[in-house]
Design a protein around this ligand. Structure first.
Ligand SMILES: [Fe+2]
Ligand SMILES: [Fe+2]
Length: 484
């Protein structure tokens, strides 16, 4: 009758189901199986395609313990092959899921133990009893084999008591299930990560301007986290870093719904310029007809032509983003009052809507268009609120929804400030602006040199919008450099 501590078994079961590290889990299973059966040696093989990889090897009496690094087999792997020519006991166990309890390998005829005997010759060891158990998961898949060697009793090597078989089988299975679940969890996490990367790359690719925005930011963010961790500055564990990088990938996901004519708008009138120029041409032709029909004097006609040419120049200048002096703005305003006659109807030279575009003081977007552009943050929040983030990514929706806030409360959409913005949000904002300034793929403007971009960021920090210390760290880290 074998004896073992049931509480100990429960503890092992608990350890197996909560362990997140594959190597540790495999070590637990082999060590505990050896403890329970009081055996001297053991090998844990993992199935690797059509072979068994030596993952852990222990021989207590020789003081030998080896655990493979990076999944490399400790000895040449054992081929599993086909059943008819499978003479290795572990390979047979992996192939059939059968358990083998052999009292003495030297008198065993069913299997080829020449490898074991050779090992014994080399080391002076004497392999006698072995217990070979499949590690079968809940899908019936054998993911490894446990081979226990030389059970001992009162210092003597004895055969493995068959009563151990269900106990060790159940442990091996439990370990297999934990490993399979762990692999599934990793697969799902990887699938989610790659899906997010594909989606945000697709969103960035909607516009030719800065199609690498998110990718660049992820690179800078990752470099920064590694640098900060090395300096011992920020507590950036792998999982915290993953959460931050995930926030970068998702920060502009709301741009999915931003109209392209707003995202790609290079000029104030955008597509509307053609309409204005066409109208000026029409006014000039209608004036010529009026002149020929005697409804307009030559002086009036010439004055109209010169007004059109002045108006056109102003429109082109303003449209391209030039900051117009106040009197030019007045002239543009006056154009809104001016009309021409067509089919008995008085029509404006410049419509109210066009005037609103031409009067833009900064950039190329009207107040309404800017609002639509800015609403991508709310859309990001809305979209991400539909996703069930795991606890590991719990802060992603919070950090992403704050990437356009400013420390002094002048940002959007909520005007949050100071303590409401965590270090991660502050860094995300700096990375976002840095990449927007230094982007290389904006056809209408050359990239801003790094030094200039940093000085723009410092200006913003001086005005209280960005975190000075984090900006200084970012600058020190040189996270944007290719060599990282
Ligand atoms: Fe954004
Ligand atoms: Fe962005």
């Amino acid at each position: 009758m074998i004896s073992f501590d049931v509480n100990r078994l429960l503890e092992i079961g608990m350890a197996l189901s909560t362990e997140k590290d594959t190597r540790k889990l495999l070590t637990i299973i082999l060590d505990e199986a050896m403890n329970i059966t009081s055996c001297d040696a053991g090998t844990l093989y993992t199935c690797d395609g059509n072979s068994l990889s030596f993952t852990i090897m222990v021989t207590k009496s020789l003081g030998y313990r080896q655990v493979s690094e990076n999944g490399q087999s400790l000895l040449p792997p054992v081929p599993i092959g086909k059943l008819e020519d499978c003479h290795n006991v572990s390979a047979r166990c992996a192939l059939t899921g059968q358990l083998f309890n052999i009292p003495d390998v030297y008198s065993e005829q069913r299997f080829d133990f020449s490898g074991t005997k050779k090992y014994d010759e080399m080391t002076g060891y004497r392999t006698r009893s072995i217990l070979v158990i499949p590690m079968e998961d809940n899908y019936g898949k054998i993911i490894g084999v446990l081979q226990l060697i030389n059970a001992t009793e009162n210092g003597e090597v004895v055969p493995f008591d068959p009563e151990y078989e269900p106990v060790i089988s159940s442990l091996a299975s439990q370990a297999a299930i934990s490993l399979t679940n762990m692999n599934y969890a990793t697969d799902i996490a990887e699938l989610f990560d790659s899906f997010v990367r594909v989606m945000s790359t697709a969103i960035d690719s909607r516009t030719p301007y800065n199609a690498n925005h998110t990718r660049n930011m992820a690179k800078y963010g990752s470099n920064f986290c590694d640098w900060a961790a090395k300096q011992g500055l920020w507590d950036y564990s792998e999982s915290k870093k993953r959460q931050f990088i995930m926030s970068i990938w998702l920060h502009d996901v709301g741009k999915l719904t931003t109209p392209l004519e707003i995202m790609d708008k290079e000029t104030k009138l955008g597509q509307g310029l053609g309409k204005v120029l066409f109208r000026f041409n029409e006014i000039s032709l209608l004036s010529k007809i009026a002149l020929l029909e005697g409804r307009m004097s030559k002086d009036e006609y010439e004055k109209t032509l010169s007004d059109i040419s002045e108006a056109q120049e102003l429109v082109l200048q303003s449209n391209a983003g030039a900051r117009l002096p106040d009197e030019a703005l007045e002239t543009i305003n006056a154009l809104g009052q001016r009309t021409y006659e067509k089919d008995g109807e008085a029509l404006p030279w410049i419509t109210q809507d066009e005037l609103e575009h031409l009067r833009i003081r900064h950039g190329t977007l009207t107040a309404g268009e800017r609002k639509i552009m800015e609403s991508h943050v709310e859309m990001t929040e809305k979209l991400l609120s539909q996703l069930e983030f795991t606890p590991e990514y719990a802060m992603v929706p919070v950090w992403t929804s704050r990437h356009h806030e400013a420390l002094d409360g002048s940002g959007y959409p909520r005007g949050l400030k100071g303590e409401e913005l965590s270090n991660e949000v502050r860094l995300l904002t700096i990375l976002d602006i840095f990449d927007a300034l230094t982007a290389r793929d904006r056809p209408y403007k050359p990239p801003m040199p790094v030094d200039k971009a940093l000085s723009v960021l410092h200006d913003m920090a001086d005005k209280g919008k960005l975190d000075k210390d984090i900006l200084r760290l970012f600058e020190e880290s040189r996270s944007w450099e290719e060599t990282q």
